[in-house]
Ligand binder design. Structure first.
Ligand code: ASP
Ligand code: MG
Length: 425
């Protein structure tokens, strides 16, 4: 069994849907679970719709609603004959959304958000399922809200692994086990969305479809999970920032986890753990060049010679924290400092200390940062720098560090055997 995940960029127009079907036809050699995201930027649009609905801005909500609907209808008109049943199904999905936004909003924003925003994945998966059928790729559409069972933490729901495992085993595996002549059974479901055991819709957090693919992969014991993307695979830097990026054809889970930890944005960080637990390889391939091998993240004892990888974090704050009584930076002060960070939910990206000063680098956040500072000021004198960059270089031995820094001023530098980090201005 295999899992293929197609993100929003791979299905942002009718050509994308055709290409997705071609990939499934040509590259599927076993029973398959297809996990799809909302088409193009639909999730962003549905977020705006939620905002307008909550603010009771009826005109704006109507306008956004019709735009989203029209975008999907345009795609449908390119893919299907006028009398295809998908038009009725799409009409019904949009009708329900329309009724919902005409009602008054409840007071739980996150609950309303999940209810509305999940529509993006429902409609895209319906379209893809119908189109695959039309192309002779018989498949079964399943509702992820009944498969990925989560807690009720709306907008950042956590899967209940036992219940999810059970429901996937009861509902997905029997379909995947049905032999169909020469073709393989296909299940089409949604990324990003789940449901509570009481049947309420939840979402797993933005960009959560990779994580959904991993949850399905874990639950069906997949041979591998493939994420089809608009890049050739895992690259050693963001191609928007670097001209000459290099493909990483093979990397270990540990290396991938390190890259994700430092902020590499290729795969959703939660994706790796369930796959690592079962040793399921994760492939990243290009939907534009599906014949190319792409990258594989897997369990390996081989020593892989990694090229330097560059990860940038912008909008960083560097805070130097000094005890007012000039006491040393030791356990008592550290515990005060760390509890302040924990209380204000500020994630530390890098830290360093001297005898009487502790320096911390973190993301600027317009609400969290001021309250953290207020909190720390009670016991400490602070020095504060903002608008900085945090550059992380994995496997920096052969990296042209000087040309990367150029004329930037280095405020802090830290190295271990594999990783160099620089806070620069
Ligand atoms: N559609 C969701 C989003 O855009 C989930 C995903 O694409 O992974 O965040
Ligand atoms: Mg998306």
């Amino acid at each position: 069994m295999k899992v293929f995940k197609f993100g929003g960029a791979s299905v942002n127009d009718y050509k994308g849907v055709e290409n997705t079907a071609a990939i499934i036809k040509n590259y599927c050699d076993s029973p398959l679970v297809v996990v799809v995201s909302a088409m193009g930027k639909t999730t962003n649009e549905l977020e705006k719709l939620t905002e307008a609905f909550i603010n009771k801005n009826t005109n704006l909500a109507e306008q956004i609603y019709y735009q989203i609907k029209q975008y999907h209808i345009n795609i449908l008109e390119q893919l299907f004959e006028k009398d295809d049943t998908i038009f009725y199904e799409a009409e019904s999905i949009f009708h329900h959304l329309h009724l919902y936004i005409q009602d008054s909003p409840g007071n739980n924003y996150n609950f309303e958000y999940d209810r509305i925003v999940s529509t993006g994945e429902i409609i895209s998966s319906k379209i893809i399922s119908h189109y695959l059928n039309k192309r002779g790729l018989q498949n079964t559409w399943l509702d992820a809200r009944k498969l990925i069972i989560t807690n009720a933490a709306y907008r950042s729901a956590k899967p209940d692994w036992n219940q999810t495992y059970k429901s996937v085993n009861n509902n997905v595996i029997p379909i995947l086990n049905q032999k169909k002549g020469n073709s393989h059974p296909i299940v089409v479901s949604q990324g990003f969305i789940g449901g509570t055991s009481h049947g309420f819709t939840t979402t797993l957090g933005r960009e959560g479809s990779d994580f959904s693919a991993a949850i399905f992969g874990f639950s069906v014991n997949a041979k591998d999970v493939t994420i089809w993307k608009d890049v050739p695979g895992l690259l050693n830097a963001d191609p928007k920032l670097f001209k000459d990026t290099v493909l990483l054809p093979e990397i270990s889970y540990q290396e991938a986890i390190e890259l994700a930890y430092y902020g590499a944005k290729v795969i959703h960080p939660k994706t790796l753990k369930p796959l690592l637990n079962k040793g399921i390889p994760l492939r990243v391939k290009s939907f534009e060049n599906p014949q190319k091998a792409g990258s594989v993240i897997h369990n390996t004892n081989k020593t892989i010679d990694y090229p330097p990888s560059y990860i940038y974090k912008f909008n960083q704050v560097l805070l130097s924290i000094m005890p007012k009584d000039f006491s040393f930076i030791a356990e008592e002060n550290l515990s005060l400092i760390f509890s302040s960070f924990a209380r204000n939910e500020v994630k530390i990206n890098l830290m360093q200390n001297s005898a009487i000063s502790f320096s911390v680098c973190f993301d600027l956040d317009i609400t969290k940062t001021p309250s953290l500072i207020k909190d720390l000021e009670r016991n400490f004198n602070l020095k504060y720098n903002e608008k900085l960059e945090l550059i992380t270089i994995r496997h920096y031995e052969n990296a042209p560090v000087n040309s990367i820094i150029e004329s930037k001023e280095i405020l802090l530098e830290q190295k271990n055997r594999t990783t160099m980090q620089l806070v620069v201005k």
